[in-house]
Design a protein around this ligand. Structure first.
Ligand code: ADP
Ligand code: ZN
Ligand code: ZN
Length: 850
């Protein structure tokens, strides 16, 4: 029996970023496990914490230990493998251990819970003595009930007397009997309810069922005394339905009171039960069951390689590079099927779950109720229930965005990451983890398989699959070259917008795109139109003097919100009314560039009177379920054209789309980000893949001011290999990933001169430290281990929330633990300056350079 629990407390600070020892009180013996959530005294307060280890002896024997105050959950919310994962994350991403642990839990579990135990069905478990003593003439009803042994009976009797007992009280009173209580809970004799401060509770329904065989009930109904006609009515109703009826149903249909129903229970004819139900966000939806397709030859080859590894039950990673429409999803589905048949579970990651209703539908159709959907737009109660379905073993497949990688499955067999190149797999706030790395680590823990899938794999993954080095991450490359339905990839035409302008066309539509849209309208085929939003922000500019409205706290332009008619800063939340005249020069020619898509929509209405447009962007999709509604409108052919931002580029599969237009291919090409070319290539490839997926041939028109840019050219030829070759050459020349790794260190402070000094100091310290370790050296020299520090320079957003920002970039190659180095140096620095105003953030493998 362990006496000591090692606890990480919920204070994300450097001083508390280590386990603290606590005594385990007797009442918690048998309950407390690694992964348990506890309340512990910490200074004057009680804090939440997680048990990460158990021990016989404290490592600090001279300090008097305090006991743990309370145990917050019956079943530990985290399993041992997730506890281990948090240690790995905290080292890998230089984040506090508690921050990593919190990232793994649904928000509903972050509040404090009160747990109560009650007797699950008092009419069955409690009233026995009374009934047998007083109601001799009533039928004997309890022969079928399991007997309770003495210890069990004592516990049940105790709880019954109080109706409801707090868990802490119960475990104290019956110390040493944890197993007995657990067994009673498992058998359903006792049930647990919990109330969490944020009001997320398990949901229960009260159901009624017959306790006697139907023919006996019929006799009872026939012989029912006339004065109890209401009771008779209720009993007949339940008998007629013949199964379970909810209390609510009876009350609303028959208009009787609950006491009428209760008296039937008292007589022993019926049982009233509170059954816990999971809130099911998809309960009103019907999913047509789907059968596996017969795989194409290419799909089969990919599937075989994967399944061979799955069957061997060893870890392994695959990179499935399959063109859009090649049937990757079908391969995922069948691979999951295999894992489920082996009694294991699977995680399916998608970039953004609300953008992928079609994916959810395909999973629900194939696996029905075994699918848990972890969706950011669910209420916190719904999300908690989906999470619990996983933790309690009812769900076999979890589908969700980035954080679904923490789905607490016990026997994980497969992790799939669809569109693995998407930046949304990287979390931008702490813990700044990448789901791909976490997936590889979890797969290692569980001897599971990872499938990364994309039509445009990230250069990191692709390069890793090709490289000769013996890195920990080395996926096997599998390719699908043809489309599942045999259709051709669409022809892509590049339109040079400079030429259009030269010839006097000032509209945002080139002549070819204009003609093509008109043509589809006539043929009653559908069009998808993409406006790349990066770069097309919604700012306010004076046409007379060029004034742009900027945030007073951050050096960034304000965004115009038409609905509220105000200007807002997306970084700090500052808001102000939109001016009517220019605050600089007084001109009335101040223009509001509403969302880019809104302008396009207006223009479409002008050019093609009567055109039915579905517009999908941040403004039209704020409400829960709105994506799905918009997409259904389009799918049901109630619209001719789907217009939107990046959202329309991904995953959609509509048979009647034969035209895809891209308004400005290069709007993101010149952003200060070394991945700008890669992002542009990916977006163009993805959106082009929406056209002609089924039987009608597709066509794509790409408008650009950079028709010769290699990203645009290779995307137009569907030529991933050539793009990669050219892009890798650039990356190697400049010393960027995948030829090295990066860590972005950002400093912020209110005082600029001080900040500059601190940042310079930091860079020097990192260099000194690296020198001492023998790492410092230019990356161009082909040594295996090398480290270089660039900067410090002002950040691309130089001021945010009134704090100035400077950054430096550490580039390195080799196995060295740079996160640790960066964190170590940041600690030294913070110790030496003792400046509470100074903030240092460390982003390992940054995806966004701003
Ligand atoms: P991807 O995920 O690679 O973009 P999908 O899985 O969406 O491709 O497949 C494209 C289309 O082909 C879908 O409509 C899908 O139902 C269909 N499909 C996939 N595999 C098969 C198959 N083996 N036989 C018939 N149809 C298939
Ligand atoms: Zn002006
Ligand atoms: Zn601001």
């Amino acid at each position: 029996m362990s006496r000591i629990a090692r606890v990480i407390v919920d204070v994300p600070s450097r001083g508390t970023d280590r386990p603290f020892d606590y005594l385990i009180p007797d009442s918690m013996q048998g309950w407390l496990e690694i992964g348990s959530r506890v309340g512990v005294p910490f200074g004057p307060r009680t804090l939440q914490g997680f048990v990460i280890g158990l021990a016989e002896q404290s490592e600090t024997p001279d300090i008097k230990l305090k006991p743990i105050k309370e145990l917050l959950d019956l079943v530990p919310p985290l399993s041992e493998d997730l506890i281990e994962l948090s240690a790995w994350m905290s080292a890998r991403y230089a984040c506090h251990r508690i921050t990593a642990l919190q990232a793994m839990l649904p928000s509903a579990l972050k509040g404090k819970a009160e747990r109560y135990i009650r007797v699950a069905d008092p009419s069955e478990w409690g009233e026995r003595e009374q009934d047998t003593a007083t109601a001799a003439d009533e039928p004997v009803l309890f022969e079928t009930v399991d007997e309770l042994d003495e210890a069990e009976a004592a516990i049940v009797a105790h709880i019954r007397k109080q109706q409801e007992v707090r868990m802490e009280h119960l475990s104290r009173k019956f110390a040493g009997q944890a197993d007995t209580i657990k067994r009673l809970l498992q058998r359903g004799v006792l049930s647990e309810t919990r109330s969490i401060r944020d009001k997320v509770q398990k949901k229960t329904v009260r159901t009624i069922s017959l306790r006697l065989p139907e023919d006996e009930i019929r006799t009872i109904i026939d012989e029912f005394p006339a004065r109890a006609s209401r009771q008779k009515e209720v009993l007949a109703f339940i008998a007629d339905i013949g199964g379970e009826v909810t209390m609510k149903q009876i009350l609303s249909v028959l208009g009787v009171t609950a006491s009428t129903v209760k008296s039937l229970a008292d007589k022993g004819y019926i049982a009233i039960q509170d059954t816990e139900v999971f809130r099911d966000p998809y309960k009103d939806r019907h999913f047509k069951p789907s059968q596996p397709f017969v795989l194409t030859d290419e799909q089969q080859m990919v599937y075989d390689s994967i399944v061979q590894r799955i069957d061997s039950r060893t870890e392994g990673e695959f990179l499935v590079h399959g063109i859009t429409g090649s049937g990757k999803t079908e391969v995922y589905l069948q691979s999951i099927q295999r894992v489920i048949e082996q009694g294991r579970q699977a995680i399916m990651l998608v970039p953004e779950i609300s953008l992928t209703p079609q994916m959810v539908e395909r999973f629900k159709s194939r696996f029905g109720d075994h699918v848990a959907v972890l969706h950011s737009r669910l209420s916190s109660g719904e999300r908690y229930d989906e999470w619990r379905k996983i933790r309690e073993g009812q769900a076999l497949v979890a589908i969700g965005a980035r954080s679904a990688i923490f789905a607490p499955f016990a026997h994980l067999g497969l992790i799939i990451m669809d569109e693995e190149h998407e930046t949304s797999y990287k979390q931008e706030e702490s813990p700044k983890y990448h789901a791909r790395d976490v997936a590889v680590h979890r797969a290692h823990q569980h001897q599971a398989v990872v499938i990364l899938g994309s039509a445009t794999p990230s250069l990191e993954s692709y390069h890793a699959s090709r490289s000769q080095s013996n890195d920990e991450f080395k996926p096997t490359l599998l390719e699908i070259h043809g489309r599942a339905l045999g259709s051709e990839l669409p022809a892509v035409h590049i339109v040079d917008m400079r030429e259009e302008l030269k010839e006097g066309n000032r509209s945002m539509f080139s002549r070819p795109l204009h003609e093509a849209i008109a043509d589809r309208l006539e043929k009653k085929q559908q069009t998808v139109l993409l406006l790349n939003r990066r770069g097309h922000s919604t700012f306010v500019m004076c046409r007379t003097c060029g004034y742009v409205a900027e945030c007073p706290n951050c050096d960034i332009s304000l965004t115009f919100h038409q609905r509220s008619n105000n200007l807002r800063c997306h970084y700090c939340g500052h808001a102000e009314p939109a001016p009517e005249v220019c605050p600089e020069c007084g001109s009335e020619h101040i223009r509001y560039f509403g969302t880019g898509t809104q302008r396009v929509e207006e223009e479409l209405a002008k050019l093609f009177p009567g055109i039915r447009v579905v517009r999908m962007d941040v403004d039209t999709t704020t409400q829960k379920g709105s994506h799905e509604k918009l997409l259904n409108t389009f799918r049901d052919r109630q619209a001719d054209l789907l217009l939107g931002t990046q959202m329309v580029a991904k995953g959609l599969d509509f048979p009647d789309v034969t035209l895809v237009g891209v308004i400005a291919a290069d709007s993101a090409l010149h952003l200060p980000d070394f991945r700008a070319g890669e992002k542009t290539f990916q977006l163009l490839t993805q959106v082009a893949g929406r056209a002609g997926r089924h039987h009608l041939p597709g066509e794509v028109i790409v408008q650009t001011y950079n028709p010769d840019h290699y990203s645009v050219v290779h995307a137009s030829r569907h030529d991933y290999a050539s793009f990669v070759r050219e892009e890798l050459k650039h990356r190697q020349g400049l010393g960027y990933p995948p030829y090295c790794r990066l860590a972005l260190i950002t400093f912020s402070h209110e005082k600029l001169p001080l900040l500059v000094r601190i940042a310079e100091n930091y860079v020097q310290m990192v260099k000194d430290q690296a020198q001492r370790l023998g790492w410092l050296g230019s990356l161009e020299r082909f040594s295996t281990e090398a480290l270089d520090v660039l900067g410090p320079v002002a950040s691309p957003i130089p001021r945010l929330k009134n704090r100035y920002r400077f950054q430096c970039m550490i580039k390195w190659r080799g196995d060295m633990d740079v996160a640790k180095l960066a964190e170590f140096v940041s600690q030294q620095l913070q110790d030496s300056t003792r400046d509470k105003e100074l903030l240092i953030s460390i982003d390992v493998d940054p995806q966004v350079m701003m």
